[in-house]
Design a protein around this ligand. Structure first.
Ligand SMILES: Nc1ncnc2c1ncn2[C@@H]1O[C@H](COP(=O)(O)OP(=O)(O)OP(=O)(O)O)[C@@H](O)[C@H]1O
Length: 257
């Protein structure tokens, strides 16, 4: 097989069940996610999209009463294995949240935060990481002359790109995004969507979105969730033009949701 056609899974999910106490929020989810693709998770409110996203870097571990069965494999290792270092996992699988949440620090310190936590103290290397990450997040030109300014003074869209830069600074393999544009205006949303297209050359991106048009615009594959089940997962174009399951068809044509 030639290099160009060789694909590798970034992460593989097998028979995943998740319970919040008695309530089952994810039911036997099976999915393989290829590296360097954009995967959109869609479905009506409460269907389990965010819960599923959070299982991929063990963010649900922090919620009391959560029980998880099944396996999630990255590099041939189950990320729920007791020996896994969860901090390292979250470096490999970064996350960007719905509302931009920069730390009340300078722009520079926000981006340098992760590398510093992981032991990087060399100023020159930190400078390089900060510039590279801000460039990757398409924010460098806008902030290069005010890196010492407080991040909270940036616009919402700039703050969200800063949060993306902060995630990229530790060189993750996978970036999880939970409705990253829902708090942004249309221009900022367009910038983030464009950025996601750039980022997939280097990263695997898994994004929860309420917006089907957004899923259709930016993702290679789309997964439709309903009541904790993964109903259908396919190439985005195919899922929207020729869904296999009646429930997917009903959802994408707006019969419920
Ligand atoms: N911390 C929690 N404790 C108990 N139940 C929860 C918790 N978080 C989510 N749930 C429940 O799990 C189900 C799935 O929720 P989840 O937030 O994953 O759905 P979602 O598809 O992301 O919804 P939305 O689009 O509204 O964000 C819902 O029934 C929700 O009430």
């Amino acid at each position: 097989m030639s290099q160009a056609t060789m694909t590798r899974n970034a992460i593989q999910i097998k028979d995943l069940d998740l319970y919040y106490g008695e309530k089952q929020a994810l039911k036997k989810i099976n999915m393989s996610i290829e590296e360097k693709t954009v995967v959109a998770l869609i479905g009506p409110s409460g269907c389990g999209k965010s819960t599923f996203l959070r299982t991929l870097n063990r963010m649900n571990d922090m919620i009391p009463g959560v029980r998880i069965d099944g396996t999630i494999t990255m590099h041939d290792e189950d990320i729920y294995n007791k020996e896994i270092d969860v901090e390292m996992l979250r470096k490999e699988v970064g996350m960007v949240f719905q509302a931009p949440n920069p730390f009340p620090k300078s722009i520079y310190d926000n981006v340098a935060y992760g590398p510093r936590v992981h032991g990087q103290r060399n100023r020159k290397i930190l400078d390089e990481i900060v510039e590279r990450s801000l460039r990757q997040a398409a924010l460098w030109e806008e902030v290069k002359d005010r890196l010492k300014d407080r991040a909270t003074g940036l616009s919402g869209g700039q703050q969200q790109r800063l949060c993306i830069a902060r995630t990229l600074a530790v060189e993750p393999e996978i970036v999880l995004m939970d409705e990253p544009t829902s708090a942004l205006d249309p221009i900022s949303t367009a910038k983030i969507e464009e950025l996601i297209q750039e980022l997939k050359q280097k990263y695997t991106i898994i994004i929860v979105t309420h917006n089907m048009q957004q899923a259709a615009r930016i993702s290679d594959r789309t997964a439709f969730f309903l009541n904790g089940e993964l109903v259908e997962e396919d190439k985005t174009e195919r899922l929207f033009s020729n869904p296999k399951d009646q429930r997917t068809e009903d959802y994408i044509t707006g019969r419920f949701g």
